[in-house]
Design a protein around this ligand. Structure first.
Ligand SMILES: Cc1cc2nc3c(=O)[nH]c(=O)nc-3n(C[C@H](O)[C@H](O)[C@H](O)COP(=O)(O)OP(=O)(O)OC[C@H]3O[C@@H](n4cnc5c(N)ncnc54)[C@H](O)[C@@H]3O)c2cc1C
Length: 492
């Protein structure tokens, strides 16, 4: 039997909050006399979950290395283990007598919710105390949105929780570190220059470059799939994995007494949306599995073999619709896509292919480096048009290309097989008359002459169906419930 040692320890359990500053649990731990164990768990169940892919774990790994760099300076070490939370804490409890675990409350997927329920029961039997902190103004078990906005403002303007790492009492019992399995450490260590690198340092550099110069064309370039790479903040992955807090970003931009340019005002409203959407998911997490407007349960989505082929074409960027394919190939390579093009991909799936959004939601989660369940699910449902509360937006992929990639640079970059087409034919090559095709030096690949669907033809029928559903009494009835549950009442 192992002898229990040290009377008390505090474990700071990092999850999607991979930073060392403005971190409430760490700040609390620093105020205690017990030695502090900074912990990250690579949990096998989470890693096997189909929303995640190597790119996420690599970003997490890079974030941990960044934290480790900072901890080196104060003689401390991150404790990283490949373990289920239940096994890890059971082992820990066999060694230490009084354990307090501090962490942020996670607004996660069903798998993290179930883990948390299991842990609550386990901690009770092991005598472990678990203190959870709310994250960015998102409140657990919120019954009304009446005071939510005011509370969010209070959280954003409250002083940051700065922690003096060098005056903390760290637990340096390195025997707790488990080696990561080879199969895991290989993809983690493989660099990928096409994607953003995780870590607190990179997060702050990205924020500074946005504030100093990149924000200037923010709202002019926000819908351009190419220009958004530079003109949008690119903070989403850092926010999703907690390399920087929303409050740190907010306070770096909103300086009391000074007027913000329009670009930064537009940006700050999105920081609010970030938390608003997560609160929505926190308050109704069933959204992971069903339409938020349950009246859509019987919507006649396609479910035949052909739809499976079309889904595959959408996922792999081989639909034959240039803008759809360019977006899918780009996000697969870079992990990033701007808002408008994400919305267009979902619209194409749900409105043009008439495929249930649930069949595509995990695929895009795996592609987005910034995958954040609390934003991803509500946004996916909104763009698929199954809320009944928002205007139905059907994004025509040809028009989106003409408006947001007028010179075709983005499409040519990602769909090189049609790069030789003149601009007027690049966005919808199937419309090119056969006689005009004869004058091309290189033929158009068959896929772009006969795409999986003809968008102009199918959308006429689908638009009518979608609007008919939108106008149903049952849809409107459920929409009222959604608005009452999830919208912030006006101050009056
Ligand atoms: C179908 C779909 C799925 C999405 N999934 C995610 C996701 O998993 N994770 C994610 O962070 N964003 C998601 N978004 C929202 C948005 O597309 C991204 O936040 C944004 O493109 C990230 O780029 P940026 O950091 O340069 O954004 P900026 O325009 O610079 O915005 C700054 C921050 O505000 C937040 N934000 C911006 N737009 C939105 C929005 N519409 N809703 C909520 N928050 C927003 C993000 O945290 C973002 O980092 C999704 C949008 C759609 C349509």
């Amino acid at each position: 039997m192992t002898q229990k040692t040290s009377p008390a320890i505090t474990v700071v359990w990092f999850k999607r909050d991979l930073r060392l500053q403005d971190h409430a649990p760490l700040h609390y731990a620093a105020s205690q006399s017990a030695p502090v164990l900074p912990l990250y768990l690579f949990e096998p169940d989470m890693m096997a979950d189909p929303h995640h892919s190597d790119r996420h774990w690599r970003f997490v790994w890079q974030s941990l290395l960044d934290m480790q760099q900072q901890l080196n300076a104060v003689g401390a070490a991150m404790h990283v283990s490949y373990d289920t939370a239940a096994d890890f804490f059971t082992r820990l409890a066999s060694k230490y007598q009084h354990i307090t675990v501090v962490s942020y409350a996670e607004t996660g997927l069903a798998c993290t919710y179930q883990r948390d329920q299991q842990l609550t029961r386990l901690f009770k039997t092991l005598g472990i105390v678990w203190q959870e902190y709310s994250c960015s103004g998102v409140i657990r078990a919120l019954s009304t949105r009446r005071h939510w906005l005011r509370n969010w403002q209070d959280v954003m303007t409250a002083p940051q929780q700065t922690t003096a790492l060098n005056s903390m009492h760290w637990l340096t019992d390195l025997s707790l570190v488990t080696r990561l399995p080879k199969a895991l450490s290989h993809p983690l260590n493989r660099p990928n220059n096409a994607m953003q690198t995780g870590g607190e340092t990179h997060a702050h550099e990205t924020l500074q470059s946005f504030i100093h110069s990149r924000h200037q064309h923010y709202h002019r370039h926000i819908s351009s799939p190419l220009k958004s790479f530079n003109s949008c903040s690119r903070l989403s992955a850092y926010l999703a994995w907690g390399n920087i807090s929303i409050r740190q970003v907010y306070q770096a931009i909103v300086i009391p007494g000074s007027k913000l340019p329009a670009s930064l005002r537009a940006f700050v409203s999105r920081l609010h949306w970030h938390c608003h959407f997560i609160q929505k998911f926190e308050s109704e997490c069933e959204q992971q599995f069903r339409h938020i407007n349950t009246a859509y349960a019987a919507f006649p989505y396609r479910d035949d073999d052909k739809s499976a082929q079309h889904l595959n074409a959408w996922q792999t960027g081989n639909t034959g619709i240039p803008m759809v394919d360019a977006c899918m190939r780009s996000v697969s390579e870079t992990g990033y896509l701007n808002f408008r093009m994400r919305a267009m991909l979902v619209s194409f799936l749900s409105h043009y292919l008439l495929i249930d959004w649930r069949r595509g939601v995990q695929h895009l989660a795996r592609q987005f480096l910034d995958f954040e369940p609390g934003i991803h699910y509500p946004q996916f449902q909104m763009q698929a048009g199954v809320t009944g509360t928002n205007t139905l937006r059907i994004y025509n992929p040809v028009k989106q290309a003409q408006d947001n990639d007028p010179n075709g640079d983005f499409i040519r970059r990602w769909v090189p097989e049609i790069a030789h087409l003149p601009n007027e034919d690049l966005f919808g090559p199937w419309q090119m008359p056969p006689i005009a095709q004869l004058s091309l030096q290189q033929p158009i690949p068959q896929r772009y002459i006969a795409p999986v669907i003809n968008p102009e033809e199918v959308i006429v029928k689908h638009r009518e169906l979608l609007w008919q559903w939108r106008e149903r009494d049952e849809v409107k009835h459920h929409a009222k419930r959604i608005i009452a549950r999830h919208s912030n009442p006006s101050p009056r």
